[in-house]
Design a protein around this ligand. Structure first.
Ligand SMILES: CC(=O)CCCOc1nc(Oc2ccc3c(c2)CO[B-]3(O)O)c(Cl)cc1C#N
Ligand SMILES: [Mg+2]
Ligand SMILES: [Zn+2]
Length: 322
C-alpha cells in the first residue's frame, strides 16, 4: 500500500535563521509581485491580451499551491522566474527568442516546482508514493509540477491564455512541458551534451551570432536556460547563496529523518552533518553546476564572466570550510 508522504508542512518550526522578514512591497506574495512585474516589463499583458485580473487570480492560486517547505517553496519559484528574466537579456541571446518563447520561458520558470513536497524523486519512487505510481517513476516531480500548473489554468477566471488561438496555445503548452521536464536532474548529462554539441556545430559554421532555425534547436537552448535559472543559487553573492543552502540543507535533512523513520537508507545529501554539506555542495557544483555555467558562459561570452567569477568564489568558500 502507499506509504504516506511524511508531513513536511507548516507545523515544522522554521529554525530562527530561516525566518525571513517579509518584504514591505511584496509582503506575503513575492511570487505574484515578481512575476506580475516581469509580465508588465516585457509587455506580455498587452501582447497576448491577458486580462490583468485573470493574471492575478492565476498567480495567487499558483503561489498558494507552492508548499511551505524550507527550500522548494514560493520563494524558489519567484527566484527562478526572476533569474530567467535576467538570463533572457544576456547579450548572446537577447534577440534570438520571440515573444511566444519568452512567454513560455517566464511561465515555465515560475511554475516549474509548484506543489513540490520537499522530497526527491528517488524518495517518492522508493516509497512507492502515489505520484511515482501515476508517472511510472519517470520525472515524477517534474510531471507533477507542470500538470498542476495547467490544472490551475482550467478555471476560466484563471485562464491567462484565453485570448491565444488554439494553435498558439498548443505550441505554448509544448514548450512549457518541455522546459519544466528538462529541470529533472536525471536529464542533466544528456541535456548539457546536446547543448555543447549544438554550440560546437554553430561555432564550426563560423557565424558569431547564434542562429537557431528548428524547434528542436530553439527548445534545447530554452531547456538549458531554465536549467541554469534553476541552478543559479551559487551564481549569486555569497550572503544570498548561503541563505539558499541553509534552506536546502534543512529540506534535505528532513528527508533524511523521514528515511530513517521509515527504515530506509539515508540519501547521502540528506545525512545531517554540516561537514558532508560542503563536500556534497562542492561535488554537485563540480559535477553539474560548473560545467553547465561554463557552457552557458561560452554562449553568451563575455556576459557571464561575473557569474563565473562568483561561482568560483562560492566554490572556494565551500573548499575553505572543508
Ligand atoms: C543551494 C543549491 O545548491 C541549490 C541547487 C540544488 O542543490 C541540489 N540539487 C539537486 O538536484 C536538484 C536540482 C534542482 C531541483 C531539484 C533537485 C528539485 O527541484 B529543483 O528543480 O529545484 C541535487 Cl541532485 C543536489 C543538490 C546539491 N547540493
Ligand atoms: Mg524541480
Ligand atoms: Zn527548482
Amino acid at each position: 500500500e502507499e506509504t504516506p508522504i511524511p508531513e513536511l508542512g507548516v507545523e515544522t518550526p522554521q529554525p530562527e535563521e530561516l525566518r525571513v522578514e517579509l518584504n514591505p512591497i511584496s509582503g506575503e506574495r513575492p511570487l505574484t509581485a515578481i512575476t506580475y512585474r516581469i509580465f508588465q516589463e516585457r509587455d506580455l499583458i498587452r501582447t497576448f491580451s491577458i486580462e490583468p485580473h485573470k493574471l492575478l487570480s492565476y498567480l495567487f492560486a499558483l503561489e498558494d499551491s507552492y508548499q511551505q517547505v524550507p527550500y522548494h517553496n514560493k520563494l524558489h519559484g519567484a527566484d527562478v522566474c526572476q533569474s530567467m528574466h535576467v538570463l533572457l537579456n544576456s547579450s548572446g541571446i537577447k534577440d534570438v527568442f520571440n515573444e511566444f518563447e519568452i512567454l513560455a520561458a517566464i511561465f515555465a520558470a515560475v511554475v516549474h516546482d509548484v506543489h513540490h513536497s520537499g522530497l526527491t524523486n528517488p524518495f517518492l519512487i522508493k516509497t512507492k508514493n502515489d505520484l511515482a505510481i501515476l508517472y511510472n517513476n519517470e520525472s515524477v516531480l517534474e510531471n507533477h509540477h507542470v500538470a498542476v500548473a495547467f490544472k490551475l489554468l482550467q478555471a476560466d477566471e484563471r485562464n491567462i491564455f484565453s485570448n491565444l488561438s488554439a494553435e498558439q496555445m498548443e505550441t505554448l503548452r509544448k514548450r512549457v512541458v518541455d522546459m519544466v521536464l528538462a529541470t529533472d536532474m536525471a536529464k542533466h548529462k544528456t541535456l548539457l551534451a546536446d547543448f555543447q554539441n549544438l554550440l560546437e556545430a554553430k561555432k564550426m559554421s563560423g557565424n558569431d551570432y547564434l542562429t537557431l532555425e528548428s524547434y528542436d534547436d530553439r527548445i534545447l537552448v530554452l531547456k538549458n536556460l531554465i536549467h541554469c535559472a534553476d541552478l543559479s543559487n551559487m551564481t549569486k553573492p555569497l550572503d544570498t547563496y548561503s541563505k539558499w543552502i541553509d534552506r536546502l540543507m534543512v529540506e534535505f535533512w528532513k528527508q533524511g529523518d523521514a528515511e530513517r523513520d521509515l527504515g530506509l537508507d539515508i540519501s547521502p545529501m540528506c545525512v545531517r552533518s554540516p561537514t558532508t554539506k560542503d563536500k556534497h555542495q562542492i561535488g554537485f557544483i563540480n559535477s553539474f553546476v560548473h560545467p553547465l555555467w561554463e557552457t552557458w558562459g561560452s554562449l553568451v561570452y563575455p556576459d557571464a564572466n561575473t557569474i563565473l567569477e562568483t561561482l568560483a568564489q562560492n566554490r572556494e568558500w565551500h573548499e575553505a570550510s572543508l
